[in-house]
Design a protein around this ligand. Structure first.
Ligand code: CTP
Length: 405
């Protein structure tokens, strides 16, 4: 089945070297059945000939302020109004800044300003431009916009000869984001509770025990679920991530707080996705004042006591309607046997397992390689971005919730 049948997608190409890779994206969009209207900025048209996009899309290509297909001279409004989605690839630092400010100085930016449809942005630029505080601020704002889907950039060698973040995401990943943006809201009406990030167990007022969880997987799940129509509460340990648009955020610090906030809400949700890396042990008696090293005689001993296993407690609860319980198992080595045992021991409905020792599948990276372990078998999610993994997990969750209703 063609995922974009009968959909009109505006492909905005701004002037970065990656413009030539937008040709492949154009081909993929057409292959999925989309009507593709290509709009190029003047600098983009100096990098790749409009005729190439015209041949790939089978339609006239607009450059600069356009004019090729305008009947009434209202193209700057028409394109954005008629589009089901707009994808800007590559989105240069300059074009991102204009979109953030609401500038409309060419057909591409005016179409974006005059539209309400999903907007997929694939940034591509030199690493220093990407890291510039002005770009960071623009990106932070764009992240808060419910209709904006950001894809990439990837790390790698750049056209300028440097190496780093700034390479446009793969065309296949951008296509995936366009398809996700146009997916029907299959989680509308569902109430999801997502936990994310690490916990911090205090040793004294300035020190704590924690772990390497970045929170990326849980945040990606919360963001994707909200986009798919769910009402999402995100109970999160400390992370450096922005709260996804439309998501209610409940910040917590230690395992005990996480337990309190999750358990008090679990009865009111349809599914609990426990992506947080909750500490299994906490410090028995944290010091009330800062520990001074010259007051410690010999080795410093900390007594650690087990924390409450939140999922296991909820799995045991018999009274009332219990939510679908989804656990996460970050293992070293084959994660499936451990996930199967957690599924059974904690009485869960699904365990999402990964091998954190595998390259590109663990903490602090943007990709994952997962196994969905359930009573009836194991489904593999091949290596993909955490965002794409989140969509696959939610595909399965949506199926499970449907059979439950
Ligand atoms: N979990 C929880 N409460 C805890 C510890 C973990 O709810 N106190 C949840 C995690 O959020 C995760 C799942 O249990 O979804 C599995 O966590 P993990 O630490 O891998 O499992 P454990 O049962 O603690 O086993 P181990 O650490 O020995 O692998």
């Amino acid at each position: 089945m063609h995922k974009l049948e009968d959909r009109t997608v505006v492909l905005g190409v701004s002037g970065g070297i990656a413009a030539y890779r937008a040709c492949e994206l154009c081909r993929l969009l057409v292959k999925e059945g989309a009507r593709v209207a290509v709009v190029m900025t003047e600098p983009a048209a100096r990098l790749v000939g409009p005729a190439t996009f015209q041949a790939l899309s089978g339609r006239p290509v607009e450059v600069g302020w356009g004019g090729a297909s305008s009947a009434a001279g209202m193209e700057h409004i028409d394109l954005g109004r008629d589009a089901d989605a707009i994808v800007v690839a590559p989105a240069t630092a300059n074009t991102l800044a204009k979109i953030r400010l609401g500038l409309a100085d060419n057909l591409l930016t005016s179409s974006v300003l005059a539209s309400r449809c999903p907007l997929v942005l694939a940034p591509a630029m030199n690493t220093r431009m990407w890291e510039n505080p002005a770009t960071r601020e623009n990106l932070a704002w764009l992240h808060t916009q419910a209709r904006v889907w950001l894809v990439g950039p990837d790390q790698g060698p750049l056209a300028c000869g440097e190496e780093g973040a700034g390479r446009m995401a793969e065309p296949a990943a951008i296509l995936e984001a366009v398809c996700a943006a146009l997916r029907p809201a299959d989680l509308a009406g569902a109430r999801l509770l997502v936990s994310a990030g690490p916990t911090r167990e205090a040793i004294d007022p300035v020190r704590y025990l924690s772990n390497r969880s970045s929170g990326k997987m849980g945040y990606a799940l919360a963001a994707a679920a909200a986009r798919r129509g769910a009402k999402v509460v995100l109970v999160s340990g400390p992370t450096a991530l922005p709260v996804p648009p439309g998501v209610e955020h409940v910040p917590v610090s230690c395992a005990a707080e996480m337990a309190r906030e999750v358990k008090s809400r679990a009865g009111r949700c349809d599914a609990l996705l426990m992506a947080a890396a909750v500490a299994d042990f906490t410090v028995a008696r944290p010091a009330r004042a800062k520990l001074k090293k010259d007051r410690v005689q010999g080795p410093l001993r900390l007594t650690l006591v087990p924390t409450e296993d939140i999922l296991a407690s909820l799995g045991r609860a018999r009274r009332g309607r219990r939510p679908l319980l989804v656990g996460f198992a970050a293992e070293t080595g084959d994660p499936v046997p451990a996930a199967k045992s957690k599924l059974e021991k904690k009485r869960l409905d699904l365990v999402v397992a990964n091998d954190v020792s595998e390259a590109g599948a663990g903490f602090e990276v943007d990709t994952n390689h997962l196994y969905l372990v359930e009573k009836d078998g194991v489904r593999e999610i091949p290596p993909a971005s955490k965002e794409a993994c989140a969509e696959r997990i939610l595909d399965r969750l949506a199926e499970r919730l449907k059979t439950r209703r």
